[in-house]
Ligand binder design. Structure first.
Ligand SMILES: Nc1ncnc2c1ncn2[C@@H]1O[C@H](COP(=O)(O)OP(=O)(O)O)[C@@H](O)[C@H]1O
Ligand SMILES: [Mg+2]
Length: 216
């Protein structure tokens, strides 16, 4: 089972949106079964999931104190991918969650304020010794700052070669427990998520290869 953690100490950057969307996309691409895990006390991901009609992805209520055991149980039950959404704060929860990650995805909005705030998240992930990938979210079409933000982020680590643009369907679809691809699979947002999933999947799979080499 692979474990993808979506983290950023900044609120409103798209963690929950991306966690839910990648979960649905992974199922559509037969990379499931996927279990979504919400470690944010605000429970936005779990609220969204409760609104869903579709059964997949699954939602797993996980007790942070027993996170490792619960993840082992999910793996035993045949879950192939766990996606963990996190709260926008530095808490012990975040550290515990980062410790189990195969890959950490850090959504960032292309604004000077968000870019300045990214350092503390990077520090946490680096201290946990985990691989991270930034994804620019909520970009305005043709805005110069998007490219500048990518350059700034690349000083800290890898930037996903896919930017998610500011589009109302990302918010609208989640109101009733869906995703942009479930609203309109041919939309630009759906295409962005498909490309982001494909990139994230490659990154997580790479990690598996490294592990195999180490144990061989
Ligand atoms: N690419 C996007 N386009 C439009 N709205 C977005 C986009 N990404 C996120 N949002 C909206 O921004 C708000 C914050 O997103 P959310 O996923 O809850 O962030 P976080 O979990 O990091 O706090 C939500 O209302 C969400 O619908
Ligand atoms: Mg959230």
């Amino acid at each position: 089972m692979r474990i993808l953690v979506v983290a950023s100490q900044k609120g409103g950057v798209g963690k929950t949106t991306i966690a839910g969307h990648l979960g649905v996309m992974a199922e559509m691409k037969n990379a499931g079964p996927v279990a979504l895990i919400d470690t944010d006390p605000q429970g936005s991901l779990s609220c969204w999931w409760n609104e869903r009609q579709a059964e997949a992805p699954l939602f797993a209520s996980v007790d942070i104190a027993n996170l490792k055991t619960h993840l082992q149980q999910l793996a035993k039950a045949g879950i192939k991918l766990a996606i963990i959404d996190t709260p926008p704060a530095v808490t012990d929860t975040i550290r515990d969650v980062l410790a189990v990650a195969d890959l950490v995805l850090i959504p960032t909005r292309p604004s000077p304020h968000d870019l300045r705030a990214v350092g503390s998240t990077v520090d946490l992930v680096e201290r946990a010794g985990k691989r991270m990938v930034f994804v620019l979210n909520g970009a305005a079409p043709r805005a110069k700052i998007t490219g500048e933000a990518a350059v700034a982020l690349s000083q800290h680590g890898t930037v996903a070669p896919v930017t998610l643009y500011q589009r109302t369907d990302f918010a609208a679809s989640m109101i009733d427990g869906r995703t942009v691809q479930e609203l309109d699979a041919s939309s630009k947002s759906a295409e962005e998520i498909e490309r982001l999933w494909s990139y994230v999947f490659t990154q997580i799979s790479k990690r598996d290869k490294v592990r195999t080499n180490v144990t061989a």
